[in-house]
Unconditional design. Structure first.
Length: 306
């Protein structure tokens, strides 16, 4: 039950705390796209339709935006949260409107960094509960705290390095795609599609990096190499695992969302179920990683320094 504490506390915070919204900023951006669409309606119908879609998307995103959701790190550490998946449960009247882009950026960055720390702690607690992995077990609170800080710093360095590497690739391709969009929307769309596909491939091969950092206490370089090795040797198995977890998450998420909107009691039960099922799926990820590792490279390497 203690493994569910972090997801439940995060859901309670998102449910009870005022929503920190950036709706004014997103509406300003939507107005900019709307004016661009009006200017392009006569010259290019495809671009006008694209700007109209962006306007609707930004307007919808502004309605449910909440910077506190950055405290829930589902991308790297798979922390489950009912309130992130079902933001309609939050009363839109209780919100703090952020109108400054600088303030929104600072708050978003601060919440994101804190969310990584919470995610590292969450996965460390799960790793301590499993009798597998190369990391140290049965740690004292002080030792666990030091290990969490070490994994947190490694994760932040990995994220910074990943962002810088992707920017080096993205910037020239984005400029090329923009130029192609002016000449031919079809070519520009194809370039953007290629860019998206490249991102998915990179993210796929780095899928196990954070698991290696925490469960096996690896250095950043070791975790990256191990993740690429595992996904390369277990390509279709990993694809199948990701697809199955996505299908389960979507299916269970729809059922839990229906329960959550039935009333306060239903919301509490839904939060408990979501935390329980989500935590079970993260444990399944850790077990999948270790079993594939043993099947692929046999004897694991020794954890290294940063």
């Amino acid at each position: 039950m203690e493994l569910l504490v972090i997801p439940l506390l995060l859901d309670a915070l998102l449910w009870l705390a005022p929503r920190i919204s950036i709706e004014p900023l997103l509406l300003q951006l939507a107005d900019l796209y709307r004016s661009m669409g009006s200017d392009l309606s006569e010259s290019s119908g495809d671009l006008a339709a694209l700007t109209s879609q962006m306007t609707d998307l930004l307007t919808t995103a502004g309605t449910s935006s909440n910077l506190l959701q950055f405290l829930v790190n589902g991308a790297l550490f798979h922390v489950p949260s009912l309130m992130v998946n079902a933001p309609m449960l939050k009363d839109a009247q209780h919100s703090i409107q952020i109108e400054s882009a600088g303030a929104a950026g600072i708050l978003g960055l601060g919440f994101s960094i804190t969310g990584v720390l919470i995610g590292v702690l969450y996965m460390n607690l799960l790793a301590q509960a499993l009798p597998l992995g190369e990391g140290h077990k049965m740690l004292s609170p002080v030792e666990l705290g030091l290990q969490v800080l070490r994994h947190w710093l490694r994760t932040l360095l990995f994220v910074i390095g990943f962002i810088l590497a992707m920017l080096i690739v993205y910037i020239p391709i984005s400029i090329l795609a923009t130029l192609l969009m002016v000449l031919s929307p079809a070519l520009g769309g194809a370039a953007m599609l290629l860019l998206s596909g490249l991102s998915l491939v990179v993210l796929f091969y780095l899928y196990f990096v954070t698991v290696g950092l925490v469960l096996d206490d690896l250095s950043i370089s070791q975790a990256v190499v191990r993740s690429v090795t595992l996904t390369r040797h277990n390509f279709w198995t990993t694809v199948g695992f990701i697809l199955v977890t996505m299908i389960i998450s979507l299916g269970i998420g729809l059922l839990i969302s229906q329960l959550a909107v039935s009333g306060p009691i239903g919301s509490v039960i839904a939060a408990l179920l979501n935390a329980f099922i989500g935590t079970g799926m993260v444990l399944a990820l850790l077990v999948f990683y270790r079993t594939r590792l043993l099947a692929t490279i046999g004897e694991p390497t020794t954890p290294g320094s940063l």
